[in-house]
Design a binder for this molecule. Structure first.
Ligand SMILES: [Zn+2]
Ligand SMILES: [Zn+2]
Length: 199
């Protein structure tokens, strides 16, 4: 399994290199490690950033909060969830490349710079890098049966004003017991599948 990941990873690195994105440029990118992780049934993958480049430190203001951020990190640890490995090859590679983009300076989040790279790669290599994944859809594409329990959520909608919210679990008589917090209207419940963050 880990061999398969390493092989696909090498393919991704090569393909990116072919369109001018050199992930092996240590000066620019730093070092990248990739491995499998069994920890999450929801998450496709994650890119853990380490060793921030102090020279690229900046402060981001979110409301009253001030956060210390870095444009560039020197060490990246990518983890791909084990369950992803049973999906179609192109979906696995989508996930790997998504995490690889996070290793590029200024791409630690899903902001402008991340999207710029994602669009460029999608256009030139035919990938469909997104910021969220749809587990059910990806299972279907891979001809695998999808067990839905874990990702099911309830979507509650106000019949009057249309206000929507989500709950993981709700009590039996929820829609009879409660009314819309905004307008007092009656509520209806639907089961739905949550979109999963790829991270
Ligand atoms: Zn309402
Ligand atoms: Zn991401």
């Amino acid at each position: 399994m880990d061999n398969k990941l390493q092989n696909l990873y090498r393919e991704c690195i090569q393909e990116l290199n072919n369109i001018g994105i050199d992930m092996q440029n240590k000066q620019q990118i730093g070092t990248i490690e990739i491995k499998l992780s069994n920890r999450s049934k929801k998450r496709y993958g994650i890119c853990k950033q380490e060793e921030p480049d102090e020279a690229t430190r900046y402060i981001e203001k979110i409301g009253r909060k001030r956060l210390i951020k870095y444009q560039r990190y020197k060490k990246h640890k990518i983890e791909i969830s084990t369950w992803v490995m049973q999906l179609n090859k192109d979906i696995i590679k989508n996930t790997i490349i998504h995490e690889l983009i996070h290793c590029i300076p200024n791409c630690n989040n899903h902001g402008k710079e991340f999207k710029k790279y994602a669009n460029y790669i999608n256009k030139n290599l035919g990938y469909t890098i997104k910021t969220t994944g749809n587990k059910r859809e990806d299972y279907q594409k891979s001809n695998l049966e999808y067990q839905e329990e874990a990702d099911y959520k309830y979507k509650i909608k106000c019949k009057n004003c249309g206000q929507e919210f989500y709950r993981k679990r709700i009590s039996k008589n929820f829609t009879q017991k409660y009314r819309c917090g905004k307008c007092g209207g009656k509520l209806e419940k639907n089961t739905c599948i949550k979109l999963i963050n790829v991270v």
